[in-house]
Design a protein around this ligand. Structure first.
Ligand SMILES: [Zn+2]
Length: 169
């Protein structure tokens, strides 16, 4: 598929109010393209982290001052790391999140509210000493795992991985 064709596909998907097609249709390890039916990108990332021996809470509701409530996709409570896997369309990814031309009366305010909520969540988490990792659904699973690992303190990472290693061999 040429670059022009891919852009046309994404444009049409936007107009229907659907997620855009991935930029590179040939990429196979993209979390969005690679997922099985009914498997969301955050589920794919959770499974990969779990296989590596990481333990976390999913969809844990965190409350902060100012009545800010945040529900990250993956939470490492003791290490204060919050991971979000953001859909390219709903969270307005710089690559795929171009706002739709039609239905703006509905989509534009909704998308803006999503972006504002993301900023509020990031600020509340950072103010409380949390490390925030935001992953786009178009990122490869390898990149997503690497970014989560980079956010986790090394000493804990090593012991967790060692446990996983023992179990598998
Ligand atoms: Zn994207």
């Amino acid at each position: 598929m040429s670059k022009g064709d891919a852009e046309e596909v994404r444009k049409k998907a936007h107009e229907r109010g659907l997620y855009p097609a991935p930029l590179n249709a040939g990429r196979s390890r993209n979390m969005q393209a690679n997922r099985r039916k009914d498997t969301k990108p955050e589920t794919v990332l959770r499974s990969a982290l779990h296989r590596l021996g990481y333990r976390y809470r999913k969809d844990l509701l965190l409350r902060f001052s100012g009545q800010v409530r945040v529900r990250p996709d993956i939470v490492f409570t003791a290490r204060k790391v919050a991971v979000f896997v953001d859909g390219c369309f709903w969270h307005v990814c710089p690559q795929h999140g171009r706002q739709p031309n039609t239905n703006e009366w509905y989509w534009t305010p909704k998308l803006r509210r999503n972006m504002e909520r993301d900023v509020r969540a990031n600020t509340a988490l950072a103010d409380a000493g949390w490390h925030v990792v935001r992953i786009w659904e178009h990122e490869t699973l390898e990149d997503a795992v690497a970014r989560v690992q980079a956010a986790l303190p090394r000493s804990n990472t090593r012991s967790t991985l060692a446990k996983s290693h023992d179990k598998n061999h």
